[in-house]
Ligand binder design. Structure first.
Ligand SMILES: *[C@@H]1O[C@H](CO)[C@@H](O)[C@H](O)[C@H]1NC(C)=O
Ligand SMILES: *[C@@H]1O[C@H](CO)[C@@H](O)[C@H](O)[C@H]1NC(C)=O
Ligand SMILES: *[C@@H]1O[C@H](CO)[C@@H](O)[C@H](O)[C@H]1NC(C)=O
Ligand SMILES: *[C@@H]1O[C@H](CO)[C@@H](O)[C@H](O)[C@H]1NC(C)=O
Ligand SMILES: *[C@@H]1O[C@H](CO)[C@@H](O)[C@H](O)[C@H]1NC(C)=O
Ligand SMILES: *[C@@H]1O[C@H](CO)[C@@H](O)[C@H](O)[C@H]1NC(C)=O
Ligand SMILES: *[C@@H]1O[C@H](CO)[C@@H](O)[C@H](O)[C@H]1NC(C)=O
Ligand SMILES: *[C@@H]1O[C@H](CO)[C@@H](O)[C@H](O)[C@H]1NC(C)=O
Ligand SMILES: *[C@@H]1O[C@H](CO)[C@@H](O)[C@H](O)[C@H]1NC(C)=O
Length: 203
């Protein structure tokens, strides 16, 4: 908490043009975060993993339009999936390792896609523009589970909203619910999918 308060006061004026998640903004009356989604109740009771998991490293990712970036993102990603092991569903945390991950995607006038590929694991982030803001609308995860690739998609997200020309920032850990058996823990998110300033984050 102290670190975040310090960050806010040191970098506060610098970051006012960007959009921080409410969890990052210190306040005495903490308003409820609008970025969390409800966790659906599961009918199965998987065994939670007991071994502690390291925080994922933060990766810098981009999508190019020609030679210039048209989408920039940096974040640490941890998938938390209920996977079948020896006949039992076990919650398994998988860190996305930036040094083994490729980014690709598309930039459009109204939609943008960031696709992160690590072998058979693919995480897609679909962004849309609504009025003067953008937000994360859809996340699609492909995982190798048991003996097959399984696709999990949440088409109806409304996360990571910021106004056009700015980036969205959230230092705190956040949870994206992809499906009832797949979550993504995100760390140190900064993303700008539209209106970059000469290939850089807008200021
Ligand atoms: C990501 O970009 C930031 C800002 O440019 C830089 O400080 C950091 O070292 C980069 N991280 C990696 C893993 O390249
Ligand atoms: C993964 O999700 C399960 C079920 O919600 C939870 O019990 C577990 O703590 C989560 N693990 C991580 C590393 O977030
Ligand atoms: C993995 O496979 C098992 C068995 O088919 C299933 O219960 C579980 O939901 C799957 N998990 C994911 C994330 O696809
Ligand atoms: C990413 O790729 C590396 C090297 O191929 C592998 O060791 C690691 O398990 C992969 N991570 C995920 C989340 O698939
Ligand atoms: C991609 O580059 C072309 C040529 O410079 C430009 O006209 C177009 O607006 C750019 N598109 C995006 C999404 O940045
Ligand atoms: C995107 O916007 C540019 C400039 O406003 C325009 O020239 C181009 O035709 C648009 N592209 C699409 C696919 O709408
Ligand atoms: C990244 O892309 C390069 C070139 O397409 C490919 O050789 C490499 O295997 C890819 N790495 C991963 C982790 O997908
Ligand atoms: C999810 O991503 C996979 C791999 O990129 C793709 O084959 C699949 O069609 C996508 N599903 C949806 C619903 O977008
Ligand atoms: C999408 O989410 C919104 C608000 O979270 C909700 O009102 C709407 O019914 C949802 N649509 C679908 C297709 O689930």
């Amino acid at each position: 908490v102290i670190q975040n308060v310090l960050c806010f006061f040191i970098f506060g004026p610098l970051l006012f043009s960007d959009f921080h998640c409410s969890a990052d903004i210190p306040s005495t009356t903490q308003s409820p975060t609008t970025y969390s989604t409800t966790i659906p109740s599961t009918t199965t009771t998987p065994q939670p993993t007991t071994k502690p998991v390291d925080k994922p490293s933060v990766g810098n990712y981009s999508v190019l339009n020609g030679t210039e970036p048209c989408l920039l993102a940096s974040m640490g990603l941890q998938l938390n999936a209920s996977m079948l092991f020896e006949g039992k569903n076990v919650w398994t945390a998988l860190n996305i390792d930036p040094s083994n991950t490729n980014s690709s995607g598309t930039c459009g006038n109204e939609t943008a896609l960031l696709r992160l590929t690590n072998g058979t694991t693919v995480v897609e982030f679909h962004f849309v523009i609504k009025e003067k803001n953008f937000h994360l609308k859809e996340v699609n995860v492909t995982l190798f589970n048991v003996s097959d690739l399984s696709y999990k998609t949440n088409f109806n997200l409304s996360l990571w909203e910021a106004s056009l020309g700015n980036s969205y920032l959230c230092r705190k850990e956040q949870l994206i619910t992809v499906s009832e058996d797949l979550y993504i823990n995100t760390f140190d998110v900064r993303v700008q999918p539209f209106n970059l300033n000469k290939g850089n984050y807008g200021t």
